[in-house]
Design a protein around this ligand. Sequence first.
Ligand SMILES: NC(=O)c1ccc[n+]([C@@H]2O[C@H](COP(=O)([O-])OP(=O)(O)OC[C@H]3O[C@@H](n4cnc5c(N)ncnc54)[C@H](OP(=O)(O)O)[C@@H]3O)[C@@H](O)[C@H]2O)c1
Length: 263
Amino acid sequence: MPGAFAERVAVITGASSGIGSALAKELSRQGCKLGLLARRKDRLEQLAADVKTAGGTAALAQADVGNREETLQAIQQLREQLGPIDLMIANAGVGTPTEIDPMNSADVAAMFRINVMGVVHAIEAVLPDMLQRGQGHLAAVSSVAGMKGLPGSGAYCATKSAINTFMEALRIQLRRKNIAVTTICPGFVKSEMTDGNDFHMPWLLETDDAAKRIVRALERKKKVFTFPWQMGLMMRVTAWLPDWALDQVVTRRSKKLPKRKLS
Ligand SMILES: NC(=O)c1ccc[n+]([C@@H]2O[C@H](COP(=O)([O-])OP(=O)(O)OC[C@H]3O[C@@H](n4cnc5c(N)ncnc54)[C@H](OP(=O)(O)O)[C@@H]3O)[C@@H](O)[C@H]2O)c1
């Protein structure tokens, strides 16, 4: 059913799976034209075909968001196919534990390159045009993990807290330019990222449910959208816990995290 995004053009990074893919389908149902970006081209092709079969419009471009040139070029290709971009959702991200002995600094660097610079590159690709047109909407998918440094996930938390402050500053800087800025902070959502977690994930959301909530928040041009609210509240409480208590709760859990290598 056409909604607030009818005939608008949205680009989603990390559209090949999980939250990004579900967001593409939800926005397409509302009549939005979609630019899909990620590294796995076969997945993007399948998603674009599904969108088109359902009567929507989709174009795709392959890029590693950590690579500036590739990302700028891919988003330019999407603009040429779809027209000016109204909404950028910088969603691509990766997560792996932070180890201490030895420190897996190559994985840490990869997380910063993808989670932080990936957002910067996506925004850099669309902002000049939005400024010229005097309209647009920038969104980044951060995480509730950005609210507190969690033992075993230090680098992932740091990348998400970097996004939070980066987007906050942009929002204020763009206040008088008619460009909205939304920071999206999900709790646990079913996706490839959480599939390997063998610990209890409180208030775990289905991917489609998460996408619907995010689209509603984007419609309302929310500044920061933290969901589900129970997870936001729990993280705010967690931020006040003494170190020994957090150590008890999280360190035992993070020892069980899958040790996926990014680098
Ligand atoms: N699931 C959760 O519980 C949760 C909670 C809070 C925040 N988040 C955030 O939500 C976002 C989406 O994650 P997800 O849960 O949907 O996980 P996911 O299914 O693993 O999706 C991650 C997406 O990012 C893309 N991506 C990763 N590295 C990339 C790169 N270098 N260049 C381009 N695309 C890249 C992946 O595509 P390719 O591999 O094809 O490139 C994939 O489409 C992430 O930013 C994540 O941090 C997730």
